[in-house]
Design a protein around this ligand. Structure first.
Ligand SMILES: [Zn+2]
Length: 277
């Protein structure tokens, strides 16, 4: 089975992880731009980071037969430095035209503040203008409140939710996220997010339409193999092969293919060459 991890921060991972992921069947990853742990103080450090996503990571992944795409944005946490965030927004536009950039993200709420809301709305507008999908981060704390506020803003803007992926869903948020018409991500991550068993229960209860699973593996204690491990758990619990394939590959590829930059690679096109786009 071909596997895509639609949310993983490879910049924080060693090259050995690419090898382990390739051996486990991962053939495509999407790396959202995010907060690196130390708040950035300069526009240039954002730009150097974006460059490493579109160049270096892409090449590192290709050596293991993994297609690497990324999403570009000012992340919710750093949106609180409004002056710097706005300067980055101006400078990030050329990156959106790069063939490896398949969405604007991750955007949304961290502390659920009004500067975060302003930068979130501006980036939704930028994505719509550039005809790109968006990846929405939902907060770790006050998750239901943050998710609802994300979705209420989309509704108010009459945003096309077919081009929206609301990520880091849990049992608490999945119903409102699905009802919005957006695609729904589930992060399988030790300690703070879902276990493979909890994710499996959500997916077996709600089905796989518009659903995705990801590792969000980063610099914290995390697992770059949590997508294959969750697929194994779902298989153990009796999910059909067709549904497993939709979760593992068809759904993430279809979502990001709305950028026009990902070759559709569903059933019957298995001969597609890795690294071609
Ligand atoms: Zn992330």
């Amino acid at each position: 089975m071909r596997i895509c991890d639609p949310h993983i921060h490879m910049v924080s991972r060693v090259t050995d992880d690419y090898e382990r992921m390739a051996v486990a069947g991962i053939e495509m990853v999407v790396e959202p731009s995010f907060w690196l742990g130390e708040p950035r103080k300069h526009v240039g450090t954002f730009l150097d980071y974006f460059d490493s996503l579109v160049h270096f990571e892409r090449e590192r992944a290709a050596r293991y037969g993994i297609r690497h795409y990324c999403t570009i944005s000012v992340n919710p946490r750093e949106a609180n430095n409004a002056k710097l965030a706005r300067e980055v927004l101006k400078k990030m536009v050329p990156y959106l035209k790069d063939p490896s950039v398949v969405a604007v993200g991750e955007i949304g709420f961290d502390d659920i503040t009004s500067p975060e809301e302003k930068i979130y709305i501006e980036q939704l507008e930028i994505a719509a203008h550039h005809k790109l999908p968006v990846l929405i981060h939902t907060p770790h704390k006050r998750k239901y409140e943050g998710t609802k506020r994300n979705i209420d803003i989309l509704k108010k803007m009459k945003y096309d939710c077919r081009k929206v992926l609301v990520d880091h869903n849990t049992e608490e948020t999945i119903e409102i996220s699905l009802a919005s018409g957006a695609w729904c991500g589930h992060t399988v991550y030790p300690v703070t997010k879902l276990s493979p068993e909890r994710a499996a229960t959500i997916l077996l209860t709600h089905g796989v339409e518009r659903m995705m699973i990801n590792s969000s593996a980063d610099w914290g204690p995390s697992d770059c193999l949590s997508v294959p491990k969750t697929l194994l758990e779902l298989k153990r619990q009796g999910m059909s092969r067709r549904d497993l394939e939709r979760l593992a590959w068809d759904n993430p590829v279809s979502f990001y293919a709305q950028s026009g930059k990902v070759a559709e690679a569903g059933k019957g096109r298995r001969q597609e060459r890795v690294g071609e786009s």
